[in-house]
Design a protein around this ligand. Structure first.
Ligand code: MYA
Length: 434
């Protein structure tokens, strides 16, 4: 499907409503496509007034191999970083959101629940749980000052939000300290007033104050300039509900009972030694991840503390399983997914779509196809309606075979103040952002 996500406010991720009938994905992230989009946007007079002023890859530079890879601007001495917050329009004020406070966490949860990312047809909206937000925003070494809200001065109502968390991300053979920027949200009633650029500048300033000069982020909209463009794939676990709520459609020449049979899975995983990850597995899982992620052009550099935070199972937030060899007790394979429900908007029968999102998966002994089939089985056991995966890392090798259908949602990955000479293929990317 053509990219139609370039208008502000369109989704970061677009749960597919027609997974059975979509054509296979075309090569939408080729250099040619990006250049064509750029030329189209010039001819329609569309400019990125804000993004053109930022140290990001600019569309006009696509294909210019004389520009070096790496930081676009050098770091400044900290004394030269602006010390005061940017000005907001006068009815609004900055607030730092304390995610340890249940009250603040509730306010953030409600802002996002009512105003965050929707699909193109406004049928679904992400509904990140409070537990998830607490986890996503407080990894090792997090900065409270990077959890930024905007309130109405008079009522103190929270109306906008943006966050960063610190991460070490390797780009080729360079490990770069970055901020992962997420949860940018402006209340529906305050859209198109250029609040987002002020919020982005403010988070940038606060990241700079910690002497960090690069960032990674994803968006459903095309901005200057994606390092890669990924596609979501969806594996039905509860096809009847997915069809009832309009997430998928009955395929041509399919009945409901044939569809249910098509997606049926065994009750229990097939791989001997397949079990939930535990705290004692952190060192082995860290080793597996380090080895595995080394092959991708862009990937996180996880240490044991990161693995304990990001991958140790946390109920209704993140699930991780591994294969422990029954003979040698060696940990040979690993799989994980996170829980991100969506609100179903305006359906009389259902209000929540329970979705699992593929996270990091590593197969060294078990075939990846079998490992991921076992992952689908445990997701089904936990009552997920759908299992989503991007075409990153080696995911392409199992998607079709395991009956995932391509979605129409695209996810663009970006780096701030770090130039990559040539767009990557999704399979060269080893990074999953929440
Ligand atoms: S992606 C999720 C984004 N959130 C949503 O989609 C939720 C629903 N939508 C909204 O809440 C609003 O529509 C948002 C825009 C807040 C998205 N990323 O204020 P405006 C540019 C970056 O009038 P609004 C996520 O969380 C747009 O191109 N820029 O627009 C990652 C235009 O600029 P330009 C975006 O619709 C966020 C300008 O904003 C996005 O009221 C990463 C218009 O502003 C977007 N998703 O509000 C942020 N959408 O004229 C960047 C629109 O130039 C981080 N815009 O085209 C950069 C790194 C910072 C740290 C650096 C440290 C060193």
């Amino acid at each position: 499907m053509d990219d139609n996500n370039s208008a502000p406010g369109s989704p970061k991720e677009n749960p597919d409503q027609r997974s059975e009938i979509n054509p296979p994905p075309n090569d939408d992230n080729s250099l040619e496509m990006i250049v064509r989009r750029f030329q189209d946007s010039i001819s329609t007079g569309k400019k990125h007034k804000f993004w053109e002023t930022q140290p990001v890859g600019q569309f006009k530079d696509i294909g210019d191999t004389s520009l070096p890879e790496g930081p676009i601007e050098p770091p400044l001495p900290l004394s030269e970083v602006k010390q005061e917050p940017y000005n907001l329009p006068s009815p609004y004020e900055w607030t730092t959101c304390d995610m340890d406070s249940e009250e603040t966490c509730n306010e953030v949860y409600n802002l996002l629940k009512n105003n965050y990312v929707e699909d193109d047809e406004n049928m679904f909206r992400f509904n990140y749980s409070k537990e998830f937000l607490g986890w996503a925003l407080r990894p090792p070494g997090y900065y409270r000052s990077w959890h930024i809200g905007v309130r109405v001065k008079s009522s103190k109502k929270l109306v906008a939000f943006i966050t960063g968390v610190p991460a070490r991300i390797r780009v080729r053979d360079e490990i770069v300290k970055m901020a992962e920027i997420n949860f940018l949200c402006v209340h529906k009633k305050l859209r198109s007033k250029r609040l987002a650029p002020v919020m982005i500048k403010e988070v940038t300033r606060r990241v700079h104050l910690e002497n960090i000069w690069q960032a990674a982020y994803t968006a459903g909209v095309v901005l200057p300039t994606p390092i890669t463009t990924c596609q979501y794939w969806h594996r039905s676990l509860n096809p009847k509900k997915l069809i009832d709520v309009g997430f998928s459609r009955l395929g041509a020449r399919m009945t409901m009972s044939r569809t249910i049979k098509l997606y049926k899975l065994p009750d229990t995983p097939a791989t001997p030694g397949f079990r939930k990850m535990e705290l004692r597995d952190v060192p082995a899982v860290t080793r597996l991840l380090k080895n595995y992620l080394g092959q991708f052009v862009v990937a996180p550099d996880f240490d044991e503390d990161d693995v304990e935070h990001w991958l140790l199972p946390k109920e209704n937030v993140v699930d991780s399983f591994l294969v422990e060899s029954p003979e040698t007790h060696e940990i040979t394979d690993f799989c994980s997914f996170y829980t991100l429900p969506s609100s179903i908007l305006g359906n009389p029968n259902y209000s929540i779509l329970k979705a699992a999102y593929s996270y990091y998966n590593i197969a060294t002994k078990t075939p990846l196809l079998q490992l991921m089939n076992d992952t689908l089985i445990v997701a089904k056991q936990r009552d997920f309606d759908v299992f989503n995966a991007l075409d990153v890392m080696h995911n392409e090798t199992f998607l079709k075979e395991l009956k995932f259908g391509p979605g129409d949602g695209q996810l663009h990955y970006y780096l701030y103040n770090y130039r990559i000479q040539r767009a990557l293929r999704p399979s060269q990317l080893g990074l999953v952002l929440l």
